[in-house]
Design a binder for this molecule. Sequence first.
Ligand SMILES: NC(=O)c1ccc[n+]([C@@H]2O[C@H](COP(=O)([O-])OP(=O)(O)OC[C@H]3O[C@@H](n4cnc5c(N)ncnc54)[C@H](O)[C@@H]3O)[C@@H](O)[C@H]2O)c1
Length: 364
Amino acid sequence: MENNIFLQVEKTYQFMKDVFIELGISEEDAGICADVLIASDLRGIKSHGIGRLKMYYDRIKAGLINPKTDIEIIKDKKSVAVWDGKHSMGHVVAKKAMQTAIDKAQKYGLGSVAVRNSTHFGIAGYYPLMAIQNNMIGMAVTNARPSVAPTFSYEPIFGTNPIAFSAPSDMEFPFLFDAATSIIQRGKVEVYNRKKVDIPGEWIIDNNGDFLKNPGEIIKKLLNKNAALLPIGGLGETDGGHKGYGLAILVEILSAALQNGSYLDDLSGIKDGKNTYHQLGHFFLAINIDFYTDIDDFKKIVGNIMRKLKNSKKLSKEQEIFVAGEKEFYKGPEIKKSGIQINPGLQQNLKIIQDELKIKTKIL
Ligand SMILES: NC(=O)c1ccc[n+]([C@@H]2O[C@H](COP(=O)([O-])OP(=O)(O)OC[C@H]3O[C@@H](n4cnc5c(N)ncnc54)[C@H](O)[C@@H]3O)[C@@H](O)[C@H]2O)c1
């Protein structure tokens, strides 16, 4: 703990924006990328904020992400659009796609955009929250490079495929479920690795089905396909592993099949032994509540559901009952005050970027 430092939020945002600009991204797009990353840190999601900057830095430098946004509209028919992201920054493609879905929902009641050939877009929850600003339901899903095994397999053949769904409520915060369909996602393994702490649960297996605990070993084995993350519910069917597996494939289908995109092991970023584009697919949906019912009635019902859940009988007096989106909503003000915690492993990564790109906004 003693070697951790805390970075001021504004400065961290500016640092990330400067890094993206130095990497050849336009000022406007760099602002979008930095905003999605800082939103993750402000929600207390350490795996997808500044902790992920080095991944984007490495991929842009390696030519695996196109810093210049280049979106091709493949189809655009009333409430539906299909885009090709041409390996541009996923955050920028995703933000524009969600905005288009919202614009379509304004006009048609529903709006959806399916995207192929995109890149890692950060936290999925950022995009449905844009729908909330417009009194709409929002949903975003994406496939990801393979790291998870199907029930009864040890082969990491599909990604951590997150689902993010948000609905406005009359509470202080909207309902926002935003999580991977695997028990643990890759970014959290990296967080354990930077902290040099073993993985606590039975969440990751090797090719013999034995549980792995050492995050450094897991990261190497995941790259060589000698380890696999488990879907929500874990190993086998006993604890419902098949349900997490099913949800992940729901995401895979929405993220690949609707846009004639790549899927499963074609997203590994490796072809014929060489690094290549990840070719990710995303799917965004906006639902205009106003076309269905009165917005205030809707918010009240969602709020009532959330309040009832929160007031359900507690297993233990000390433990608070939460609803999805709640903890992260209240993290923001705390983190703005305390700053963003950066452990020594992350400090090292950021120092490399700061020095190599000669970034003016010094954070270390
Ligand atoms: N882009 C990608 O490829 C990719 C892949 C995987 C995950 N992610 C992102 O990583 C982030 C973290 O994912 P994760 O799987 O580690 O999430 P997680 O396991 O931390 O679960 C988070 C979700 O659970 C809710 N939650 C937490 N405690 C709760 C409680 N006690 N009661 C009710 N709800 C509760 C949260 O509000 C949130 O909606 C997400 O933002 C996700 O989109 C991105």
